[in-house]
Write a protein that binds this ligand. Structure first.
Ligand code: NAP
Length: 290
């Protein structure tokens, strides 16, 4: 198989009809500055997503709040123009509104969550969400109402699997009392994982997918002078590949979703699946964080 194919990373199974390669793609870079407004070259954004499909990426993490709606519009166009689009799974998120560059406000009012799901399904020309995250718990709304609304939509067939994003282990357990939670999406990378309160191991023990957001620490781990440069040289790899290889080795339930606007970087990231870190180097990397 091509060394840059996402299938080299192995798979994660949500259910018999929903099995994804363990290197996905996140659309958040396909927006304007501060995740606000359109990307500077929309045609390039659409082509990049189609390139990802061609390279075996069948799991795309997105959210209506990226732009808002701009990244989703490129994803929708890429899906429309791709012949095998029914083999592409979407990891979507609801529950945040945008008011400007880098401004994010959690809104967990059930009617709003439902509207977001309905508009996303309309955008993607689909009748269900494969995986739908509550992007943030809104502290002004009881969690029972927020996760409960997702559960209602799951019972109606509009959502296959429910996830919850940026949560503690206690919050995950509280959500599990309301609905079956099949995925967690938290900030997590080789440079920042000290907040892990056991949630990654708990996810693995309970067959819950774990999507680490900022897998490259928004590029800091991938750039020149990255703290991973020395070890990268040893493996004849890029620092980005080392960061992703560490995540892939950390737990079989981790599905990294690196974001990029560059085809070269996309291929570089997918090649991370071919880096086999030794146990010694894995431990060394694990102790790198600030
Ligand atoms: N659930 C949440 O609350 C949440 C929050 C944030 C993000 N997310 C999700 O997580 C995904 C990933 O996060 P992210 O995209 O913000 O950060 P990231 O994946 O940690 O890093 C992306 C940055 O790294 C650079 N990069 C990527 N590959 C590279 C490579 N091989 N070499 C050098 N530089 C490279 C990109 O620049 P180039 O464009 O130049 O490649 C970009 O600036 C998002 O797309 C989104 O889907 C979720």
């Amino acid at each position: 198989m091509d060394k840059n194919n996402a299938a080299n990373a192995g798979t994660f199974k949500f259910d018999d009809n929903f099995i994804v390669n363990r290197l996905g793609y996140g659309t958040m870079q396909l927006t304007g500055k501060g995740v606000w407004g359109p990307y500077k070259d929309p045609d390039h954004a659409v082509d990049l997503i189609k390139n990802a499909f061609d390279l075996g990426v069948n799991f795309i993490d997105t959210a209506d709040s990226y732009g808002p709606w701009t990244a989703d519009s490129y994803l929708a166009k890429a899906l429309k123009e791709y012949s095998d689009s029914d083999k592409i799974f979407i990891s979507d998120k609801v529950g945040q509104v945008r008011t400007g560059e880098n401004e994010w406000t959690p809104v967990g009012v059930p009617a709003f969550l439902r509207q977001e799901v309905e508009l996303s399904l309309r955008m993607f020309h689909r009748d269900h969400e494969d995986l739908l995250f509550l992007h943030r718990i809104d502290s002004h709304v009881p969690i029972e109402d927020q996760v409960g609304e997702l559960k209602k939509m799951q019972d109606e067939g509009k959502i296959k699997h429910i996830g919850i994003s940026q949560v503690s282990l206690d919050e995950l357990k509280a959500a599990q009392k309301i609905a079956k939670i099949d995925a967690v999406e938290n900030m997590y990378n080789v440079g920042h994982h000290k907040d892990d309160d056991g949630i990654v191991d708990y996810a693995e023990e309970n067959n819950i997918a774990f999507l680490p957001w900022f897998p490259l620490d928004t590029g800091n781990l991938a750039k020149t002078n990255s703290p991973l440069e020395d070890i990268a040289k040893k493996y004849n790899a890029s620092p980005a590949q080392i960061a992703l290889a560490w995540l892939l080795k950390r737990s079989k339930n981790i599905i990294p979703i690196p974001g990029t606007s560059s085809l070269d970087h996309l291929k570089d990231n997918l090649n991370a699946a071919n880096v086999n870190l030794s146990s010694e180097d894995f431990e060394k990397l694990s102790s790198l964080q600030k």
